[in-house]
Ligand binder design. Structure first.
Ligand code: IMP
Length: 180
């Protein structure tokens, strides 16, 4: 079986291949991101649209992720990408800098759809918001610290091992293996 991962991000596809025994084919289709507070709802809608759009032969997965800051009521959450592009990561740090509670989490939902079965798998990694450090990774990695290191300071292997996406993919891989 081939799983079609609908994303323009090559790094995500490489990560998925490490977790899944199945073939993973990358599909560069820009699905509609519906507006919702719920990552699972966004990812499921994307997976259903992408499945129809790609002809419906093979199952598809879509992932949606975001940074949820406790003291900001979960903001930017599902709007993380928009906030990164408009406000920028450095200024998210400036907003949280004066808060006593700087706890946050990255969350990721992987949605699977094969025309009959729709399932979601979530993963989260806890941490706290800090002044930017590190050169690696992408997005909010430099301001997110987990166990003393920002994600931008970690090796790719270490980040993948603890990441929200890794945890969601691991759950998905277990579920797939049990279905076979
Ligand atoms: P997407 O789900 O890949 O579109 O990501 C949504 C937003 O969350 C984007 O602004 C990403 O930069 C950010 N994001 C998702 N995963 C990570 C991560 O592992 N590190 C840093 N930022 C992330």
């Amino acid at each position: 079986m081939t799983i079609r991962f609908v994303t323009s991000n090559d790094g995500k596809v490489r990560e998925a291949r490490e977790y899944l025994a199945e073939d993973v084919e990358q599909i560069n289709y820009d699905y509609t991101e519906i507006q919702s507070d719920d990552l699972a709802e966004i990812a499921l809608a994307g997976a259903a649209e992408a499945f129809e759009e790609t002809g419906g032969d093979d199952p598809v997965i879509v992932d949606d992720s975001g940074l949820f800051v406790d003291s900001l009521g979960g903001f930017p959450g599902p709007y993380s990408s928009y906030v990164e592009d408009t406000v920028g990561v450095e200024r998210v740090w400036n907003v949280v800098e004066n808060e006593e509670n700087r706890r946050a989490r990255f969350r990721c939902v992987v949605a699977y759809y094969d025309g009959e079965t729709a399932e979601t798998f979530d993963g989260a990694v806890p941490g706290r918001i800090v002044a930017p450090r590190g050169e690696g990774g992408f997005g909010y990695d430099p301001i997110f610290e987990h166990e003393g290191e920002t994600l931008a300071e970690m090796s790719t292997e270490r980040k993948n091992a603890i990441s929200h996406r890794g945890r969601a993919l691991a759950k998905f891989a277990d579920w797939l293996a049990q279905r076979d």
